[in-house]
Design a protein around this ligand. Sequence first.
Ligand code: FMN
Length: 190
Amino acid sequence: MDSLGIVNALYPMPTTLVGATVNGRPNFITIAHVGIMNHGKPQYISIGMAKMHFTNAGIRENKSFSVCIPSEDLMKETDYCGIVSGKKTDKAALFSLFYGDLKTAPMIEQCPVCMECRLERTVDFPTHDVFVGEIEATYAQEEVLAADGNIDISKVKPLLFDMSSKKYWSLGKAIGNCWNVGKQLKAGRI
Ligand SMILES: Cc1cc2nc3c(=O)[nH]c(=O)nc-3n(C[C@H](O)[C@H](O)[C@H](O)COP(=O)(O)O)c2cc1C
């Protein structure tokens, strides 16, 4: 094994568009540093955002944000939202918006999946805010649902972000069933 020093090797991550109301107006920021805090009720997710960004103040003020999952066909728009700042540009004009009950978490009609989050807590690092949100509601386009009503990730076609190559990647094919394929090893060892 070669030692690489300190490298975060956790990629790829799904690239998301995080929505917030900033100074009374909707804004979207591209965020790939997203996390799942738990699986259960309530459901908490996190987003890691450098303090310099325009969007942070809006999340702090309104205590809400959205996390939308763009498809591969929104690659240019998603990249653009990660290059320009809402300080000077109306990025929300790129999209058709909708709102849920929270009213201050703008979401994007063109994204196949969006989650509306109430800010649960903020972890305040010197350079970054980690916003932990409780998912209040999840919305999906009908076209990306499987027959059982669950989200079909192959239809969502998420943009996978990799820091090493600085490229967007697409999803491959499913290769096995979770909590299942391991049973083949378990069987021979009990
Ligand atoms: C693919 C991609 C992923 C990004 N992920 C993050 C991230 O996870 N955290 C972060 O603080 N900034 C991230 N950025 C940078 C912000 O999206 C970018 O600085 C944005 O323009 C800030 O927008 P705002 O000033 O309107 O808030 C990312 C940019 C790109 C292109």
